[in-house]
Design a protein around this ligand. Structure first.
Ligand code: COA
Length: 386
């Protein structure tokens, strides 16, 4: 924790954005692969028993068991944190049950966002009233309006403005570039990018191909002008964003579904993906993007001290890191958090950065990189100062 200090109003701004601090909220409950598979397989057994006649007549295909060994081998995931464990594991429910809150109560998405934001503010020694803007950047919003960011802003006591942005798994890096651009343009001195990811709400816990993928978390990144940032910070050397349309990761849930109540609960109103295609198409796209951006910034990719990559699949990260560094990356060079957090969408690379950056030395250069639905990808090259 740094000493609390106000952002001096008269400090001449540099227009150079830095990461002043990050924050993390981790839900206390966690589900292991063994627990998840036991619940899934109980659901499968009940389903197959309930439909035994149709299955025997060949009119319906039986469901197959899931396996903890497959999950860990295919993805690298061993467990995931969730906000609502018991209903997810109940074979009769298999989704989170988060009680509705009254309008005058803080909503659950704002609550975990505020917790992560407070952590970041405390680490920077920054008072909330000296922050100029809040971006809530996440792959799902709890409601369309009022914006989650404005509720978080109000809960923290921040003046200025806030708005929501959704670029799926790349939301946080897109948020960082947006915040950095406000600093570069002189429109703000201090911007909070908050990513509360309640991914358990969009995951189809009954789908064998994907039921193991996601976990819940919230992260926050405080982006500030170098003139007011605490002594310990990360210089943002360059940011780059990319999107290429693809249906291979898709969720058709939306406000127009209410016109068709009979289809509103269909599986395509949750997360669906062609995992193999995503793997094959996204790895080369992201590796090339990183190499191009490193060249533009005059950074030798093999000299990058650490990669904080999006946490979707350990195999994808191994391949991307290899293409960038030119050799098999060690855990020290490309740390994993998806083993205990699962895929936390846009928060994944920020968790990796938050948990695995204190040990780097002043002058070390690293990369925060996200990728996912859209397709979308974002790079943030950073250098440690102090
Ligand atoms: N338990 C046991 N076996 C399973 C299983 C499960 N839960 N799910 C699938 N399988 C089986 C399949 O039936 C298939 O069997 P077959 O070869 O006999 O047909 C086999 O495992 C391979 O299935 P596949 O879906 O091709 O697995 P995969 O190796 O591609 O791994 C992912 C699946 C999702 C882990 C992987 O594709 C991935 O991570 N892709 C990228 C995902 C990503 O980044 N998404 C972005 C989200 S934001």
């Amino acid at each position: 924790m740094q000493e609390s200090h106000p952002a001096p109003a008269a400090a001449p701004l540099t227009g150079r954005p830095v990461i002043a601090a990050t924050g993390l909220y981790t839900p206390p409950e966690s589900i292991t692969n063994a627990e998840l598979v036991a619940s899934f397989n109980a659901y499968v057994d009940r389903y197959n028993a309930a439909h035994a006649d149709e299955i025997a007549a060949g009119a319906l295909a039986p469901l197959a068991h899931s396996s903890a060994e497959f999950i860990e081998k295919a993805s690298g995931i061993k467990a995931r944190h969730v906000l609502s464990k018991a209903p997810i594991l109940d074979p009769e429910i298999m989704c989170p049950r988060l009680p509705e809150r009254a309008n005058d109560e803080l909503s659950v998405m704002a609550e975990i966002g505020v917790a992560a934001a407070r952590d970041a503010l405390a680490r920077a020694g920054r008072r909330a009233e000296d922050v100029d803007a809040v971006l809530c950047a996440a792959s799902n919003m709890q409601r369309p309006y009022p914006a989650m960011a404005i509720e978080i802003q109000a809960a923290l006591g921040i003046e200025g403005f806030g708005f929501d942005m959704n670029v799926a798994c790349s939301s946080a890096t897109f948020g960082i570039q947006t915040a950095a651009d406000y600093i570069r343009a002189g429109h703000a001195r201090s911007v909070l990018v908050v990513s509360p990811e309640i991914t358990s709400g969009h995951l189809n816990w009954r789908d064998r191909d994907s039921h193991f993928i996601f976990g819940d978390v919230a992260t926050a990144v405080l982006v500030e002008d170098a003139a007011i940032a605490p002594a310990r910070h990360w210089e943002i050397l360059g940011t780059r964003l990319k999107t290429v349309f693809s249906n291979n990761i898709r969720n058709n849930f939306g406000f127009l579904n209410r016109a068709h109540p009979e289809t509103a609960a269909a599986p395509d109103k949750l997360f669906v993906q062609e995992g193999r295609k995503v793997f094959k198409e996204v790895v080369p796209m992201v590796a090339q993007m990183i190499l191009d951006e490193a060249a533009r910034l005059g950074i030798a990719p093999e000299a990058l001290r650490r990669l904080w990559l999006h946490q979707a699949n350990a195999g994808m990260n191994r391949l991307i890191a290899h293409k960038v560094l030119g050799h098999e990356a060690s855990e020290d060079e490309s740390p994993t958090v998806l083993d205990t957090y699962g895929n936390t969408s846009s928060a994944g690379s920020i968790i990796a950065f938050h948990l695995h950056s204190d040990d780097l030395a002043a002058g070390d250069v690293g990369l925060i990189c996200s990728f996912g639905a859209g397709y979308s990808a974002g790079t943030v090259f950073v250098r440690k100062v102090h």
